[in-house]
Write a protein that binds this ligand. Sequence first.
Ligand SMILES: [Zn+2]
Length: 295
Amino acid sequence: MNSRDPSELDRGRWALKKAARGAVAVTTSAALSLRRSEIDGRSPEIRAFTYHRFGDSELRAPFLVSAERFAQQMRWLADHELAVSLKDVQEFLGGQRELRDGCVLVTIDDGFESVFTHALPVLQRYGIPAVAYVSAGFVDAPSTLARERPERYMTWDELSMLQAAGVAIGSHAHTHRSLGRLMPSEVRDEAARSREVLEARLGRPVTSFAYPFGTPSHYTDETGGILTEVGYDMAFVSTHGCIGRGHDPMRLPRIKVEGGEPMWMFRRCCSGAMDTWAVMDHLVSRWRSLRGIAG
Ligand SMILES: [Zn+2]
């Protein structure tokens, strides 16, 4: 990993974003502690955290978390017995399993090599069950396909080892395109093909999906219906929020864990302090659409 990482932000934007996230975390956790007594007795809520890449150090890249920070975070989850598996979450949603309030599912999107090289040893050390969402069409991809990517994708051998070590594998579409912008036939192809290829190569059923990009313009009721038809029973989006029993299993919100943030931010994320970041996300996407900025 070097300092010319393509996803690195400039200093100004990075500082602004970190200040905004810190302010949301501090003000929300103050509000939560005031409200805590009123909300005692409510039904439990859990959170799915989203990671993408891991590195040797923290760059100004929101999608990259250092292996050292990731290890601190996983150790904290293990010490507090908060980590749950995909199966636990599925059973919780279906009403067959009780989970403590504040449990966390670790999800890792895209399938880059650092999941194997940096995250897997940490997950194994602390016994954390995680799920990796992989774009099947990029596994073992020739470098031309992966040219604009910050890292190479995992190989099938690496994915097999990841699965053998206890990490669940889910689909992140076949070629990481926005399903919200495709024709229904293309959505069906992205969803069905990735599932078939992952199942054929890894030998286990693949029934959960994470939408590429995952913000509201990238999924619809129609895409959810197609995912159900081709055999998925859970789908995660990137909209911020927590998951209660009875939540629509085809639109499960998540909370992105960003690089360059101290442990107190992570602990506050676990207690719900970043749940309101959804408001900021919404404002930013409104501003981008008003300014005509894509993505
Ligand atoms: Zn992705």
